[in-house]
Design a protein. Structure first.
Length: 336
């Protein structure tokens, strides 16, 4: 079965090959984008088709910081990481600005936080193991797990330090909850980590740890993992779930997919906003939601949300960003 990235890349190659000049320009643009720290372009109150203005988003981010800054407790964030290295190339599978609003929102994440994170814990859709597995390398390499994209996208670098001590702490938290873990000293940052975080934290100066999904993709198990990780929020750790609220490779750009994605997205938002017990009940039964399997034939891109929701505790969820890209509605969800 073709991977997400291979499928997108094949479509891109068929439609329009990048010239050498365009690729060079894309590298310059990518470098400038990674260095910039922009204000968010969209927040929770955005329309499905477009984000809020930068000024409105900045004001809301400032307000959120004022409300949460007293405790310094980190939120949890479930974010869309886009398609392959989409933010750092000339996108040809649709309008060139397909991912611009998502990129702007990712750049605005630091300004929305109560304080600078002590560490980042990322659960990516692109790593599954028989047991939850923690990356323990002090200097994780880059793992370019996409194929057929422009050559310059394989030169991207996000040299954040690892967090082996945090891995030990997390193993202890999960162990107390009866959840066995493993460690992997050779694993590198996959594109579910470095692609969005190269925009959100371009200096790569915050220690970062990646935690795998558990093979089998049981939503209840991942909610339980999140509950066990919740104490980290009070210790300055930002928990990030990197996936996509819609992920059906055959559904992108299909006429009926926009309505299907909006139906599922509306259910997802309502579930996230529900009180904790009801939220977890609904998310555990996500496959019964409207258009669930049309949006997620396989749920690996949804499961990072379960970890974020479990760690969200009593904090209500809300849509922090929403846009239409590649013919479907995509959302980011924040707890806290």
């Amino acid at each position: 079965m073709p991977t997400e990235e291979a499928t997108m890349a094949e479509a891109i190659t068929r439609r329009e090959a990048l010239t050498t000049a365009a690729a060079t320009a894309a590298v310059v643009t990518a470098a400038a984008a990674a260095a910039a720290v922009a204000t968010p372009s969209a927040t929770g109150g955005a329309s499905p088709a477009a984000g809020a203005s930068g000024a409105t988003a900045a004001a809301k981010a400032t307000g959120a910081k004022a409300k949460t800054g007293a405790t310094g407790r980190m939120p949890t964030l479930y974010l869309p990481h886009g398609g392959g290295p989409c933010f750092f190339m000339e996108w040809t599978m649709g309008p060139r600005d397909t991912w611009d609003k998502t990129a702007d929102w990712l750049r605005g994440i630091p300004a929305s936080l109560p304080e600078r994170p002590r560490a980042l814990l990322v659960i990516s859709a692109h790593w599954e193991q028989p047991e939850p597995t923690l990356m323990t390398s002090p200097k994780p390499p880059m793992l370019f797990d996409y194929y057929g994209f422009p050559e310059h996208t394989y030169q991207l670098d996000w040299p954040a330090a690892g967090a082996p001590e945090l891995a030990d702490e997390i193993a202890g938290l999960l162990g107390k909850a009866g959840i066995a873990t493993r460690k992997d000293a050779s694993r590198g940052f996959d594109h579910g980590v470095f692609v969005p975080l190269l925009l959100a934290f371009p200096k790569a100066d915050i220690p970062t740890l990646q935690l795998s999904l558990r093979r089998g993709l049981d939503p209840k198990e991942h909610l339980a993992i999140g509950r066990a990780l919740a104490p980290l929020r009070d210790k300055g750790v930002l928990i990030v779930g990197s996936g996509m609220s819609y992920h059906n490779m055959r559904g992108f750009m299909r006429p009926q997919s926009l309505a299907e994605s909006r139906n599922f997205d509306a259910w997802l938002e309502a579930a996230a906003r529900a009180p904790r017990a009801e939220r977890e009940r609904q998310l555990a039964d996500w496959a019964g939601a409207p258009a669930a399997r049309a949006c997620h034939p396989r749920e690996e891109h949804l499961l990072p949300l379960m970890v974020c929701a479990g760690a969200g505790g009593d904090d209500a969820g809300r849509v922090d960003f929403r846009d239409v890209a590649m013919g479907v509605q995509l959302s980011a969800i924040r707890f806290g």
